[in-house]
Design a binder for this molecule. Structure first.
Ligand code: NAD
Length: 370
């Protein structure tokens, strides 16, 4: 098999498109991984160091995430080479050019990702009419503002806690990352009477074993103050969050938050992954062996893409919130039941469910796919 097919397996990728326009400095790649379940949805990532391989891996992750969430969408991803903090007019030119270059790829719907946001998606929509994660003014449901992913995490935590034989009410939760995902997860878990006992961001952390006042903490953060100066908690070094005594630990910041070199320090009974690839494979095996349940990223953090799909199909914000609850709850139930039955880590069960759905959808397809 030639180099061009080095990623090919039984699912995809269906196609890889490279975009190059030297006069603009435009360089980008689109990977449409699999569209058996419907046109692909996935983010446009902008960074100087992206690659075709990264794009493929992210596209595959979207195939599995969208299938696992039962969405009528396949997986795709696009990457644009460049520093997202470049001057705004230059960034606009590149994003619009990228959208136009991929305008004919009807099986790919742009979404926001690292380095791009709702404004970028509005430019894409204006150029080719196909993007999600839009501003409210052009029919969008602002998923970070409503906390789509945090809503899903709170539901996933409630179901998974029961599978671990404890109730969410009164359970102690530590959250790494206090941004769009972490803030809403904290707010909604506190509404469900969980105790948020520790929270960190890139500048520091705070803890309080009888529960932090989440509303006051959000206000403190929004005022631009470091979390370790929060008057309602005790300061904590960011890396010490892993040592906090709690029932639930939520990674909502960076990849590889739980690794082989720190997994032994984790004291929680349940991990609910908000951030993508937040637990390394080796650490995940160790968690499973210790009987710590890990609800994998592509099951627990699907709230954002579920919201985006509802937006794409013209649904309302209320419909998006209800759909996130319905889909996340049923998926977490199914994955945990199957993992228990087979005695395997939930990620293995989840991947198998997703792959089976994609393969079954592939049997329904027309012979001519483009
Ligand atoms: P964000 O930029 O709004 O927030 C990230 C937070 O993490 C910030 O508070 C930042 O200070 C903190 N952080 C960074 N490095 C840290 C570190 N080393 N220790 C502790 N905290 C640190 O991003 P977000 O939208 O909240 O996304 C968080 C993660 O969830 C990312 O990995 C993202 O890919 C993933 N995710 C987000 C969504 C979504 O809907 N926004 C959906 C799925 C997955």
């Amino acid at each position: 098999m030639g180099d061009a097919f080095r990623f090919a397996d039984e699912l995809g990728p269906a196609r890889i498109v490279h975009v190059y326009e030297p006069s603009l400095g435009l360089r980008g790649t689109l990977v449409v991984d699999n569209v058996a379940t419907g046109p692909s949805i996935g983010g446009l990532r902008m960074a100087p160091d992206v690659s075709t391989e990264e794009c493929f891996r992210l596209a595959r992750a979207m195939t599995l995430k969208n299938a696992a969430a039962g969405l009528p969408h396949g997986g795709g991803k696009s990457v644009l080479y460049g520093d997202p903090r470049m001057p705004a007019d230059r960034k606009e030119q590149l994003v619009r050019a990228m959208a136009c270059a991929l305008g004919d790829c009807q099986d790919y719907i742009f979404g926001p990702d690292m380095g791009t946001d709702e404004v970028c998606m509005a430019w894409v929509k204006a150029e080719i009419g196909r993007s999600v994660g839009l501003p409210r003014e052009v029919g969008g449901i602002p998923l970070d503002e409503i906390g789509a992913t945090g809503i899903g995490l709170a539901h996933a935590s409630e179901i998974a806690a029961r599978a671990c034989d404890f109730e969410l009410a009164g359970a102690r939760v530590a959250i790494q990352g206090f941004g769009a995902v972490g803030i809403h997860a904290a707010r909604l878990l506190a509404e469900k009477e969980a105790r948020i006992v520790a929270v960190s961001d890139s500048r520091g952390a705070t803890q309080r074993q009888d529960g932090l006042d989440v509303a006051a903490l959000v206000e403190h953060k929004r005022a631009g103050k470091p979390l370790n100066e929060f008057p309602g908690g005790e300061p904590l070094a960011g890396e010490a969050l892993i040592d906090v005594d709690c029932e639930i630990w939520i990674p909502a910041a960076r990849p590889d938050a739980i690794r082989e070199d720190n997994v032994e320090r984790l004291r929680a009974r349940l991990v609910v992954s908000g951030a993508n690839i937040s637990v390394t494979p080796g650490a995940e095996t160790q968690l499973h062996e210790r009987g710590v349940l890990n609800v994998p990223d592509f099951i627990a953090n699907a709230g954002g893409v579920i919201c985006a799909a509802v937006e794409y199909h013209g649904g309302s914000e209320a419909h998006a919130i209800a759909t996130i609850e319905e889909k996340i709850c049923s998926n977490v139930e199914e994955v945990l039941q199957q993992a228990k039955r087979r005695g395997c880590p939930p990620r293995e069960a989840a991947a198998e469910i997703a792959v089976q759905r994609v393969k079954r959808a592939m049997t329904f397809r027309r012979w001519s796919i483009f």
